[in-house]
Design a binder for this molecule. Sequence first.
Ligand code: ZN
Length: 451
Amino acid sequence: MMDRNDMQLSRRGILAAALVAGAAGVAAPAMAAKTKPAGAKGASFLLRGVTLETGYRREGSEVVGTETAKASVLVRGGKIAAILPADAPAPMGVAVRDAKGMLLLPSFRDMHIHLDKTFYGGPWVPPRKRTEDIRGQIKLEQTLLPQLLPTLEERAGKLVDLLQSNGTTFARSQCNVDPVVGTKHVELLKHALDGRADGFGHEIVAFPQHGFVSADLIPTMRAAMAAGATHVGGIDPTALDGGMEKSVDAMMQVALDMDKGVDIHLHEPGASGIAAIRRIADTVERERSLSGKVTLSHAFSMMSISEGEMAELAARLASLDVSVASTLPFGTRMMPIPILLDKGVKVYTGTDSVEDHWSVFGSGDVLEKAKLACQLYGWSDEYGISQSLKIATGGPTPLDAAGKQVWPKAGDAADMVLVPASCSAETVARQTPRKAVFHAGNLVAGVLDAA
Ligand SMILES: [Zn+2]
């Protein structure tokens, strides 16, 4: 058993640490202070001729198809104001747009991506063979990132364009905070994303790629939070940061202190990875304000424990509302996504590295991840494929697990995508093109005719 004083993150301790950090000269960076979020201005229109899923068709207990109906969707002030009959007249002064019978789905969310480090949008950079481990990559970043700084906003913007064209209207972007770039990436990325707030939602994780406690990064992390990051990031506490308890505690403490979320890169496998997850869970259990605000990214260590242990851990994470973001790696072992979902853990996906010096295989299309999940986990019937859409949307599906229509509803954000498909299952299986993509009712990709 650990010493209680050692384990406790007391509010008083947190405040004291904040004062020390304040004295160390934490100030909001000039750019962040000057930049005002644009605020999502929502459009108003009647979207006529949409197809909505209404239920599953069953033979006995088996789902053998998806039922749909035509409708019109009234969008007002960026929200879905009402679901109306297909032939409903447009309210006075409201423009009408023709969905041409296409299926309306919730738009997608990329919950783990590195918008700040991508080469996408710039010239092709030939990938090099990796001769060293993660530390070699970090050394490379020390010269590479300053070179990329002048084009960060432009590259991130082009990657957001790509995401939008794929139906994604929200990203949680990891963003380097390290001894080389300090908070510069957070400032620039926030500036770029704030400028697009009408068309794209975001969260920013301040990611201590080069180490957190080991890189003496706590004051910089606090500055990144003050500059607008929404989540405190973390990195393999034992394998890279040199000490599980102090690394996890520092991360959780900054989040508590500054009322932010947590999203940790937890690649390290086996016992040390699991130990970190348990310590994070212990902290959320004590500090309930963190419930619903903590995400474990990758969490590869979950592949190394027994099904029984995993079920227990998943139930605990669900009870604390700790989510998992997985890129659904495939290899000899697979992430226990079905157990996580079964126990009620929120599971997100992301496209992670979309063309950078870590990997060039991220596509910026989370719909691919939903299809990959179907293939990996044997969700191969209409029902399984249909429900896999939640991997791409980060949760919402038109039909819930029982087949009841739960989306869209009046009051939902008008974050939605039109696809030429008959149902969610077809959309996932055929990777149907995304023809029109909306964020807060604003058309951000594709085209849509006036009726
Ligand atoms: Zn990552």
